[in-house]
Design a protein around this ligand. Structure first.
Ligand SMILES: *[C@@H]1O[C@H](CO)[C@@H](O)[C@H](O)[C@H]1NC(C)=O
Length: 508
């Protein structure tokens, strides 16, 4: 409490001082980021805005947000009418609107929890990739290498220290079953199987919604072992003719249970029957409050594949805001300002979305980076994926260092913060500023299109006092990852039929 009131005091001090030092406002104001990228050398960071959000997010109480309940009231309306809508849509909201950040006494401690989850997420991706490339998926379902599992007791429960899937910073609201009941699901482009915790639980973590009960749903049906869906699972088993699934996330988190067919109901009461999902009786890892996970990866069992979607898109709002947005299926990228990256398939692993990244620009100039650092090779190593669940973009160490050096060399006039913070080595002290002009940072994709980021997508607050860090990080593991801090406020369209990923500012 004492700490909060002193931070508030400093914040007011900062408000007062910033009025005195008020930065001259360029006439283009805050819409700088919407100007076509090639012409943009500088962006403006609204320091006051970012800092206000750090206070709001720490004091936010989910129960005070009626919008959380709105769609629940709307659910079921017109369910039997099967209202046609132009696209299948699901609402998305940042994690803290469901799972209060208020128990963190400061923004700095909230951030360090986020970064710890993020490190787990990156580890999980590289471990799963390594397992798939070396073909060493471990099965918990075959404790005695028998193909008939006798009872749920033999669904074994290894010791778990996993945190990675908790890094889902965004949740969607999807209804499952008949009658449809709403569940918070983690949005995940890094895995394929959609699952939720399911009664009877042999081991379920705590979640916000009541746990899904198949006996209360008339649309639930078991999948038999000889179905293509069961055959597509990486790890499956058969019990009395019914399909059992298991998904492991590389860090010890896993889900095990029945693989079943269910009805999903989207916003506007659009309904899709017979979607293969996991009914997880044993789920471990910190999936933190969500009922389960929505698999949006590139594999055959993912939701876009099962819906036969030519495309899907999402917009991830600023993680510190209380805004919500949507995940849409069959959404065509719109807007002249959409930037496209070629979507590449790995010949080895179909889950991840690789994009053709050629290089990076800072302040309109190309950063000198060997393009080979971003290339996906024939053995499935390297490359750059776009991921909804990773927060901070990870670049191969050499590429990161070149990018950082280019940024530092163009920000010599800005006051540096002395120490490095967590995984960030380049931080600034903006405590006496309300706005600051910074060089632009852009991704340059194969084909030459440049995606220029809004300033708040690469300079993020690490406390409520005005310390901001350059939000990229080095990695020595394969692959590089474009994270959701860089994607926020942007509609990202996975245009599967045209093999490209579109980035459109706004459109949330
Ligand atoms: C900066 O953010 C503050 C606080 O949210 C807001 O009142 C102000 O209008 C913003 N300034 C600009 C130029 O967008």
């Amino acid at each position: 409490m004492k700490q909060i009131s002193s931070t508030l005091f400093f914040f007011f001090l900062f408000l007062v001082s910033s009025t005195v030092l008020l930065f001259p406002q360029p006439s283009t104001s805050s819409r700088t980021t919407l100007i076509p990228s090639t012409a943009t050398l500088y962006a403006t960071l609204n320091v006051s805005h970012s800092l206000l959000n750090t206070f709001k997010v720490v004091s936010f109480q989910p129960s005070s947000q009626p919008q959380l309940l709105q769609d629940e009231e709307g659910l079921g309306r017109g369910f039997d009418k099967g209202w046609p809508t132009s696209s299948l849509s699901i609402s998305i909201q940042p994690r803290h609107t469901l799972y209060p950040a208020a128990r963190h006494e400061s923004y700095a401690s909230l951030l360090s929890a986020r970064l710890a989850r993020d490190a787990g997420r990156v580890r999980s991706i590289s471990l799963r990739l390594a397992m798939k490339l070396s073909n060493t998926m471990h099965s918990l379902l075959y404790p005695s290498s028998s193909s008939e599992v006798a009872s749920t007791d033999s669904l074994s429960s290894p010791v778990v220290s996993g945190v990675s899937q908790g890094s889902g910073e965004y949740f969607s609201r999807l209804s499952i079953g008949n009658p449809p009941r709403p569940y918070f699901m983690v949005l995940d482009t890094g895995s394929d199987v959609t699952w939720l915790q399911c009664q009877p639980c042999s081991d379920c973590y705590s979640q916000t919604d009541p746990i899904y009960d198949p006996s209360a749903s008339s649309s639930y049906s078991a999948l038999s072992c000889n179905t293509p869906q069961c055959g597509s699972l990486e790890v499956s088993a058969c019990r009395s003719g019914s399909c059992l699934y298991q998904v492991s996330y590389g860090d010890g988190s896993f889900t095990v249970g029945d693989f079943v067919r269910e009805t999903l109901t989207f916003d506007g009461s659009r309904r899709v029957d017979g979607v293969a999902i996991g009914c997880g009786h044993d789920n471990e890892g910190l999936f933190t409050g969500s009922a389960g996970l929505l698999g949006l990866g590139g594999g055959g069992l993912s939701l876009p594949a099962q819906l036969n979607s030519r495309s899907f898109s999402y917009c991830l709002v600023n993680r510190d805001s209380t805004d919500s947005s949507t995940l849409d299926f069959e959404s065509d990228p719109v807007g002249a300002d959409s930037v496209f990256a070629p979507l590449h398939k790995s010949s080895k692993v179909d889950t991840f979305y690789y994009v053709g990244l050629q290089g990076m620009n800072v302040g309109g100039s190309e950063v000198s980076i060997q393009p080979s650092l971003f290339q996906l090779d024939d053995s499935g190593n390297g490359g750059v994926i776009v991921d909804s669940g990773t927060a901070i973009t990870r670049l191969q160490t050499q590429a990161y260092e070149s990018l950082r050096d280019a940024f530092v060399s163009r920000t010599g006039s800005l006051k540096r913060a002395t120490s490095s913070i967590s995984l960030f080595d380049t931080c600034y002290d903006f405590s006496s500023l309300s706005r600051v002009r910074v060089p632009t940072v852009s991704f340059r994709f194969e084909g030459g299109r440049e995606w220029t980021l809004p300033a708040e997508n690469y300079l993020i607050p690490v406390d409520s006092q005005g310390t901001f860090c350059f939000a990229f990080a080095p990695t020595s593991s394969s692959p590089s990852i474009i994270g959701n801090v860089q994607q926020q406020g942007t509609r990202v369209t996975y245009d599967l039929s045209n093999s490209r990923v579109g980035f459109t500012p706004g459109q949330c």
